[in-house]
Design a protein around this ligand. Structure first.
Ligand SMILES: [Zn+2]
Length: 345
């Protein structure tokens, strides 16, 4: 089979398409013919660089990156219903043991046996990939592979962040990094759920979909603009997966009483300037969320079945040969929205 193989850590050009041995599905696994795979900044691009904690979890080279993807079940391993062959599916990138104390109490991301596709085992930048059945969800009939892969990699965590933000209908929510993959899904999902999304970006012209407002992250008087926009109430929540200290300091004065800042990622690992006063005097919270749980996946795909779709201008597809180009675009900040590799569309 053809796969994007990484023979060393380093710059994007370490990725090259090669012919490699196709995997066999183990017990409880399915072998899936990959239709499309999302290119992830953290899981793929950062791992490839060799400088991220995920890089150290790749046990040996050569390696194949790639997590959340959509495809068609080719065949199944021992103990799996053979009737699943031919089914269109979307697969998530992590699997857990299901038996430890963390898994049994709904804290699956803390499972010591958490296994990530494309990190701990060969991933889905390939024509065929073997995945545990617990990672597989049925793909809605009318949804294309590329959109499904993009939503699979961002929708469940976006849904979990919005739930944690606890937004009432019509509430204002600020979304940083709104041109990124997760940011564009968050903006669309918040709007779908009835919140008023304010998309914040260094490139406001590249924001996809139709948020309630779009602001330039470089705006000096960001808090002033936000207060005016919200009629003096401030934003009920900020979902900040960029965590630039400078931007945080400029939007924080516009966080409403009882407001929440929700974080599931940082780009530069910066230290945020958190003034203690407002956080207790105004009853505000700073909340971290590591990753989506299986329940978040269920809840998100239910919203998709109920009609949620990604704005078409948030999705960019590239052929498998352009994997290095997709990585370079994300690293340079030139890319906007979701980059998805189409393998067998
Ligand atoms: Zn576990």
């Amino acid at each position: 089979m053809r796969a994007v193989v990484m023979r060393a850590f380093g710059a994007a050009d370490v990725l090259a398409v090669e012919d490699v041995q196709a995997p066999d599905p183990g017990p409880g696994e399915a072998l899936v013919r990959v239709g499309a795979v999302a290119v992830s900044r953290t899981r793929d691009v950062a791992t490839r660089s060799g400088r991220h904690p995920f890089s150290k979890q790749v046990k040996e080279l050569p390696h194949v990156l790639g997590g959340d993807f959509a495809g068609v079940v080719e065949r199944v391993g021992p103990g799996v219903d053979e009737g699943l062959a031919g089914r269109r599916v979307v697969a998530s990138c992590s699997a857990t043991c299901g038996e430890c104390a963390a898994c049994r109490s709904g804290r699956e991301p803390e499972c010591p046996d958490l296994e990530m596709l494309g990190i701990h085992r060969w991933g889905s930048y390939a024509e065929l990939v073997a995945v545990p059945m617990q990672s597989v969800h049925e793909l809605p009939e009318d949804m294309g592979m590329a959109e499904a892969a993009a939503l699979g990699s961002t929708g469940p965590i976006a849904g979990a962040q919005l739930a944690l933000a606890g937004l009432a209908p019509g509430a204002w929510v600020l979304i940083t990094g709104a041109t990124g993959a997760l940011g564009s899904t968050l903006t669309a999902l918040a709007t779908e759920q009835g919140a008023r999304a304010i998309a914040l970006s260094r490139r406001p012209e590249a924001v996809a979909g139709s948020p309630a407002a779009t602001l330039d992250a470089a705006e000096e008087d960001l808090a002033g603009v936000l207060m005016e926009l919200t009629g003096g109430a401030g934003v009920a929540a900020a979902i900040d997966n960029v965590c630039s200290a400078d931007v945080f300091a400029r939007y924080l004065p516009a966080l409403a009483i009882g407001g929440r800042v929700v974080i599931s990622g940082t780009i530069g690992m910066e230290v945020l300037p958190v003034p203690a006063g407002p956080f207790y005097l105004r009853g505000q919270s700073l909340l971290g969320l590591r990753t989506a749980t299986p329940r978040d996946h269920e809840a998100f795909w239910a919203q998709v079945r109920a009609g949620f779709r990604l704005p078409a201008d948030a999705l960019r597809t590239l052929p498998i040969e352009a994997a290095a180009e997709a990585h370079a675009g994300i690293e340079s900040g030139a890319a906007a929205g979701h980059a998805v590799l189409e393998i067998a569309p």
